[in-house]
Design a protein around this ligand. Structure first.
Ligand SMILES: Cc1cc2nc3c(=O)[nH]c(=O)nc-3n(C[C@H](O)[C@H](O)[C@H](O)COP(=O)(O)OP(=O)(O)OC[C@H]3O[C@@H](n4cnc5c(N)ncnc54)[C@H](O)[C@@H]3O)c2cc1C
Length: 300
């Protein structure tokens, strides 16, 4: 079966796009490799989203998923491995088979950047985490470290400070880059010790679990966990062949969210843009979807 539109990623961007497409009568399919809701599943408290003053990320993810089910929008849990262009058709290769579509929206988001240390990958899930909401409770009353200096690092430090005994907050610059409100909240935390101008240079393990971190090659800190928030990398490995990325790995799109390949659009956190928030990602998805809907209507 040929779809009108295949959307890759069931974060808020992909889901928003799919709602408009379905309501306009398009044959649409959503593809998601993990959990519907995307990054929302890793946010403890949602801010800056109108209509919800007190909601957790997973609860909002569930509400989005319910919208998909209510509208009977088809979806598959499948990882997209490649997109190929054959004339006007787009062929999507996934872990559960191949799909064909007239249009594609890539809404694949981005993930936390790695520190680049030797045993980091191996210790992921064994003391290293990128999700305070998912893993914070494992370290109740323990000493942990957080690395990073932006909004995410500070938000998550403030959240974790209510669970753990002590946090070492490590940042490589001489000042944080976070919003003033977060800096004020951080100052009030008595169990957070700050290390500026500091870099984690080694991770020491014991029986395959993180045991210590080393700062600037000399200071050893004994910790049960390390949470990393040092920026992001777009999820782009499956469409590298399309040659639509900028130098930082983000997808470049025009004002209609179309890439330089006709019929392939991109929206949300995976594109190059100014503001990476829920509402802007939802907006991107909606606008791309409407552009596609109009093109299909004009053809018929
Ligand atoms: C810690 C933290 C806190 C935040 N707090 C807020 C907040 O309070 N308010 C706010 O407005 N914003 C917040 N944000 C930003 C907001 O979460 C994001 O801007 C938004 O969720 C991005 O949505 P998205 O749909 O573009 O991407 P995502 O939510 O990342 O969704 C992308 C989806 O694509 C899937 N995917 C990727 N590759 C493939 C593939 N090959 N095949 C199939 N599926 C694939 C992923 O599994 C994922 O589900 C926060 C971000 C972080 C990191």
């Amino acid at each position: 079966m040929e779809y009108d539109l295949i959307i890759i990623g069931m974060g808020i961007s992909g889901i928003s796009a799919s709602i408009y497409a379905k309501n306009s009568g398009l044959k649409v399919l959503l593809l998601e490799k993990n959990s519907p809701g995307g990054l929302l599943n890793r946010i403890n408290k949602v801010n800056n989203y109108p209509g919800y003053s007190e909601i957790t990320g997973p609860d909002l993810a569930l509400e989005l998923f319910q919208s998909i089910n209510n509208l009977q929008i088809p979806y598959k849990i499948a990882e997209v491995q490649e997109i190929k262009v054959e004339g006007n058709k787009k062929m999507i290769k996934t872990t559960v088979g191949n799909f064909e579509s007239k249009f594609v929206i890539i809404a694949s988001g981005r993930q936390n950047r790695k520190l680049g240390l030797v045993n980091e990958e191996k210790l992921m899930g064994h003391g290293i985490s990128t999700c305070a909401l998912c893993d914070g409770n494992l370290y109740k009353d323990k000493e942990i470290a957080v690395v990073g200096g932006g909004n995410s690092a500070l938000e998550e430090t403030i959240y974790l400070s209510k669970i753990v005994k002590k946090i070492y907050l490590i940042h490589h610059r001489d000042a944080f880059r976070a919003e003033e409100a977060l800096l004020q909240q951080l100052k009030e935390k008595k169990n957070v010790e700050i290390f500026l101008n500091s870099q984690i240079t080694s991770l020491i393990e014991d029986k395959n679990e993180l045991k210590e971190i080393v700062i600037n090659d000399k200071k050893h800190l004994s910790v049960s966990a390390l949470f990393t928030y040092i920026g992001f990398e777009p999820n782009n490995s499956f469409f590298i062949n399309l040659n639509i990325l900028n130098k930082e790995g983000y997808i470049e799109v025009n004002e209609n969210y179309e890439t330089k390949i006709k019929g392939i659009y991109a929206t949300g956190d995976c594109i190059k843009k100014e503001v990476y928030q829920l509402i802007t990602s939802a907006y991107d998805g909606v606008m791309a979807s409407i552009h596609i809907i109009n093109q299909l209507k004009n053809k018929n």
